[in-house]
Write a new protein. Structure first.
Length: 271
């Protein structure tokens, strides 16, 4: 467990790659017993909330690793963002994190009945978003208006060809993900815990963004090929020479600014 604590502290250092947007107010809040954070830009669009699920292979990641990036998201999209500090593995394997998301999301819908919600996640948070949407059908919850997935980790089997094709290019590696997947899945069958095995009859409009050099590129390609048959408002943007969640490394790079522009336009067009 000491090794896990060190990994979490190391991952949190990613949040120091660049300063947060000082115009965005960040406030802690507890919702249904779960730690969350409100990101509020100066000119927030009324009646809209982005629910954000951070990455970190279901085992690391927190407000410390993601505060700077999410603050820039809130400022660029001029929308309040609720960041959920969901439970992590191995202490809380599947469906622990997903249950936290559902508990917060259901409470938000009750507290803000006139609001529309976007569900957004990076890496493992993207996969968690997909799993949460599947569970929303089971819990009779209204679906989010739109979904944004940034470098989503969807296939926990880690067997897609891009794992080998981009092994020497990306910042993450397959063995690390396989170990993290084992911790996250716990005693559950792979077919239940991994989002790649979920089926849908309906899905919100979805925007998927991925880097050309990601080992998880095929996760995005395969999910897009599947979901566009169900939801015609499905879009995939692949960014040349970019690695996993490139916006976390630099928000001011050309590729990051292009991604922010695409997300902003998608949110505006589906408002």
């Amino acid at each position: 467990m000491q090794d896990m604590l060190q990994r979490r502290m190391g991952f949190d250092e990613l949040g120091k790659a660049y300063p947060k947007d000082s115009s965005v107010k960040v406030e802690p809040i507890t919702i249904n017993g779960i730690s969350c954070f409100w990101f509020t830009p100066e000119q927030a669009i009324t009646n809209k909330v982005i629910v954000y699920l951070h990455g970190g292979a279901f085992a690391v990641g927190s407000i410390r690793s993601h505060e700077s990036m999410v603050s820039h998201f809130a400022s660029r999209f001029q929308t309040k963002i609720l960041f959920i500090d969901y439970s992590l593995a191995p202490e809380h394997p599947y469906p622990g994190g997903m249950n936290d998301v559902l508990a917060v999301y259901s409470t938000l819908q009750k507290q803000y009945p006139d609001y529309t919600f976007t569900l957004m996640g990076d890496s493992a948070g993207g996969g968690l978003a997909i799993s949460s949407i599947a569970a929303m059908f089971d819990h009779n919850l209204s679906l989010p208006q739109v979904v944004v997935l940034l470098s989503p980790w969807i296939s926990l089997t880690c067997t897609n060809p891009s794992h080998q094709q981009n092994a020497d290019k990306d910042i993450i590696n397959t063995e690390y993900l396989k170990a993290a997947a084992k911790d996250y899945i716990g005693d559950n069958p792979m077919e239940k815990a991994s989002p790649e095995f979920l089926t849908f009859n309906a899905f919100p409009p979805v925007l998927i963004l991925a880097g050309e050099e990601e080992i998880l590129l095929d996760d995005s390609n395969n999910f897009y090929a599947y979901i566009r048959k169900i939801q015609k408002e499905s879009y995939l943007h692949v960014y040349k020479k970019q690695k996993h969640v490139w916006t976390l490394a630099s928000i001011q790079s050309e590729a990051s600014q292009q991604a922010l522009k695409v997300i902003a336009e998608f949110l505006e067009n589906n408002s």
